[in-house]
Design a protein around this ligand. Structure first.
Ligand code: SF4
Length: 203
């Protein structure tokens, strides 16, 4: 039986802002936040996105039109966990319009779609699909507890040598920034990722 290609997606929000985190921080970016996530990180700041059924479905044609109107430097597809959905149709349509596409994923599901940049943010609560590691340009590990450095190193061992490695403090963990600074001073392969958009007070 022929499988129908997914052409509508449950959308939590779309917005045009600056990328706040990681290697592309400060870049003009249009965000498409897809609903649905079963990774269930206890400190998740997007818990409202977990149940995809709470959000309206939007057609690829609408989403590409919104992106075209914003004309950003990059399009960031995020979530929730965007790879719960087949991103083939959405990314093909955006690529046809010439946009540079970035993905932010926990890696909990195999890759779908075509991307110029993949940020893999693996979570111990649902480990990444093994196929994701070799595709990551950027590894971003959230530090909410000192034991997360052990998780970070286990994930770093699985990505290619050229992958950029970031440690990012969990926003509500006051000590995390200090732990990360001390850790990076002893482990120079890592970089600090700050959620600059939260300091700037933008989305
Ligand atoms: Fe939240 Fe992301 Fe964890 Fe899903 S993977 S629970 S969206 S932090």
């Amino acid at each position: 039986m022929e499988t129908l290609l997914q052409t509508t997606y449950p959308i939590t929000e779309t917005f045009h802002s600056l990328q706040g985190e990681g290697a592309w921080a400060g870049t003009n970016a249009f965000f498409i936040r897809l609903a649905g996530c079963d990774v269930h990180c206890p400190w998740c700041d997007q818990k409202e996105t977990w149940n995809a059924r709470r959000f309206p479905q939007h057609e690829v044609t609408d989403l590409t039109q919104w992106v075209s109107q914003a004309n950003p430097a990059i399009v960031v597809i995020t979530g929730g966990e965007p790879l719960q959905h087949d991103l083939t149709a959405l990314t093909q349509a955006l690529k046809e319009r010439g946009f540079r596409l970035h993905l932010e994923t926990s890696g909990a599901y195999p890759l779908s779609g075509v991307f110029d940049w993949i940020t893999l943010s693996p979570k111990p609560f649902k480990a990444p699909h093994p196929s994701l590691y070799e595709k990551a340009q950027e590894l971003k590990v959230i530090i909410a507890d000192p034991s997360d450095f052990i998780w970070a190193e286990s994930q770093s061992a699985k990505v290619p040598p050229q992958t950029l490695r970031y440690l990012q403090p969990e926003w509500n963990c006051a000590d995390s920034q200090t732990w990360i600074i001390h850790y990076i001073l002893r482990h120079p392969q890592w970089r600090f990722s700050l959620q600059t958009h939260k300091y700037l007070g933008v989305q």
